[in-house]
Write a new protein. Structure first.
Length: 155
């Protein structure tokens, strides 16, 4: 959905994005290159895996250690690239691991049913507080309603 891609780009540009190998391969299949204007880190168990334009690591902990501001990233919306936001953008195993460390979640709910085998973990109401929720109705370019949510860790 074009609106969701635009939203994703707006919040992640100028920051580090951490992804699993399958997510990386999906991005490469659609864009032909890593996500521009971001520090791309790929997590894989394959020690021979290489990804041009990306840092390759072998654990989420190693990815977090590699995540640092990059002076070569250009962001039209952020003049200070020294902030500490790091985005875990998939897959489901990394989401599950990252939830133990995360203090903020940006989540998009697409209002439709899609078959799949990977899902975002359920958020516990005792751990997470919804701080922002904004519904965007479907239109001629976006075939489904979407809700953009931001959660903050309670503790």
């Amino acid at each position: 959905m074009p609106r969701d891609l635009k939203h994703f780009a707006a919040i992640t540009k100028g920051h580090t994005v951490i992804m699993g190998r399958n997510t990386y391969e999906s991005i490469m299949a659609s864009l032909g290159k890593p996500l521009p204007n971001r520090n791309n880190i790929v997590v894989t168990r394959n020690h021979n895996f290489q990804a041009a334009g990306c840092t390759v690591v072998h654990s989420l902990e190693e990815a977090f250690n590699q995540a640092s501001p990059r002076s070569d990233l250009k962001s039209k919306k952020r003049s200070d690239l020294g902030d500490s936001e790091v985005f875990v953008i998939g897959g489901s195993q990394l989401y599950t691991e990252a939830l133990l460390e995360a203090d903020k979640i940006y989540r998009t709910l697409i209002h439709t049913t899609i078959e799949g085998d990977a899902f975002f973990p359920t958020l516990s109401a005792s751990d997470w507080q919804l701080t922002t929720s904004h519904l965007e109705p479907k239109d001629d370019k976006n075939p489904f309603d979407a809700t953009y949510e931001v959660y903050i860790r309670k503790n």
